[in-house]
Design a protein around this ligand. Structure first.
Ligand SMILES: Cc1cc2nc3c(=O)[nH]c(=O)nc-3n(C[C@H](O)[C@H](O)[C@H](O)COP(=O)(O)O)c2cc1C
Length: 437
């Protein structure tokens, strides 16, 4: 039987007011990320497009100058529980911090979501790069690599807790009155440098066995954690050669952890700005850019550069020796590399941060966008994309109704779901518990 053709995996990054920092000002755009009907509409469009995954990021701090959907939003797991009711196939992914959360609670929340959704849960394990969260937990924000040291153990504890129940542990024997077979439930008894967790969870083994692990770091410790533990990695890249290098760098280190490259899907962030003509698409992007509120762009660029750069003259070139911030490497690396490659000024950097928060913007007709995505996919720069519609619902409708049919026609994306769980969409096997092997 010939191997099934390699097909793309697609996620959608959901921010109710749009991924573009001023998306909400676009005519007809959704106005709020605190409106369940907006989120449910996005869920419906994602399922109409047969998407693999809906992704909800999270930030543990709020300031008025932030991206509107960062500053005013619902807690992501709460949103996903609501979406689990109005969707049937699309994966449901959200962020939970390995620096400011507890592994027992994170394991329990995603195990519950996996049951509630019939096997569609995914956890984005982030170290919370921005330092602002610390003020809300009475803590000092740990430095970059120290955060990843904790994250390594945190992810292991969560995955260990998901393995404390074997399949079939809940027996409900009406004859004997035995509800749970004790031979099929074990404590984890984890005692490590940062965490001491007995287990088990008060939740039986989930439909996926192990909910899906997402990650988004591209620093050395970030890539190592991903190569050892992630099923999907979100990448921040601005050009294909850079994406190919990152793709290779991640997949080549996986055998070190006893894994194969095919066990992970790399999805770069990509903002499609679509027009019937290239000119119309450009005009749409220019209109969106004209809506950018400088305070928002300043806040976003500062979070990516790890410092407020508004003191630099706007029309000055970005200096070649600008330091990589300790907060977050990925975004800064991709944006600075683009700035140096293209001779960008700080004004250009504000526009880039305002448009897609440092992610890649693809502007053109549906065929031009489909061609570009196919080129990246065919040249092993990625395994699909994390789509960032600039505004909702229209910017997402346009992608699903105009670009996807071209990808489907070319056999590059599924025409329909063939499975029910996120693992099945990703072509990943359902693992048995490692505590019962
Ligand atoms: C698509 C994507 C989504 C992310 N979502 C979150 C998030 O929800 N919350 C968060 O604190 N950081 C988020 N991050 C930031 C990453 O987790 C990470 O901190 C950042 O990429 C820097 O990691 P690095 O220093 O290992 O490169 C995201 C990054 C990407 C690329």
């Amino acid at each position: 039987m010939p191997p099934s053709p390699r097909q793309m995996h697609l996620g959608v990054f959901v921010l109710g007011t749009g991924n573009h920092i001023a998306g909400w000002r676009y005519p007809g755009a959704a106005q709020s990320f605190e409106d369940l009907s907006v989120i449910q509409e996005i869920g419906r469009i994602a399922e109409r497009g047969k998407f693999d995954l809906i992704f909800l990021g999270d930030n543990l701090a709020s300031e008025p100058g932030m991206h509107p959907s960062f500053a005013a939003r619902f807690e992501p797991l709460t949103m996903l529980a609501a979406l689990a009711v109005t969707t049937t196939h699309v994966g449901l992914g959200a962020t939970a911090s390995t620096t400011y959360a507890e592994p027992y609670n994170v394991a329990r929340m995603f195990a519950s979501l996996d049951h509630l959704s019939g096997g569609r849960a995914a956890w984005n394990a982030v170290t919370s790069s921005g330092g602002k969260a610390a003020e809300n937990f009475g803590r000092i924000h740990p430095e970059h690599d120290a955060r990843y040291e904790v994250a390594e153990e945190f992810v292991d504890v969560v995955r260990g807790l998901w393995d404390c129940w074997d399949d079939g542990a809940v027996v409900r024997n009406h004859e004997t009155g035995q509800y749970i077979d004790p031979a099929k439930v074990k404590p984890l008894n984890h005692a490590g440098k940062f965490f001491k967790v007995k287990g088990p969870l008060p939740t039986s083994r989930t439909p996926q066995g192990q909910p899906i692990i997402l990650q988004a770091g591209s620093s050395e410790p970030g890539l190592n954690l991903a190569a050892r533990t992630a099923d999907v990695v979100f990448a921040v890249v601005q050009d294909m050669a850079e994406a190919q290098a990152g793709y290779r760098s991640l997949k080549e280190r996986m055998p070190r952890f006893g894994r194969q490259g095919a066990e992970i899907a790399v999805l770069p962030g990509m903002m499609p700005v679509i027009g019937r003509t290239e000119r119309e698409a450009r005009d749409k992007l220019n209109l969106l850019q004209s809506f950018v509120n400088p305070a928002n762009a300043r806040s976003m660029l500062a979070s990516r550069m790890g410092m407020d750069v508004s003191g630099f003259p706007l029309d000055e070139l970005v200096p070649k020796d600008f330091p990589l911030p300790d907060t977050s490497h990925g975004f800064a690396k991709a944006m600075l590399a683009k700035a140096w490659r293209e001779g960008m000024t700080w004004r250009d950097m504000f526009n880039l941060a305002g448009a897609a928060r440092g992610h890649w913007v693809v502007c053109g007709t549906p065929v031009q966008i489909a061609d570009t995505l196919q080129e990246w996919f065919d040249n092993h720069a990625c395994d699909g994309f994390n789509v960032l519609p600039p505004y909702f619902p229209g910017g997402f409708d346009d992608f699903v109704d105009q670009v996807l049919p071209i990808l489907q026609e070319r056999g590059l994306f599924r025409a329909d779901y063939t499975g029910r769980t996120l693992r099945e969409h990703l072509g990943l096997p359902r693992p048995r518990s490692r505590l019962f092997q």
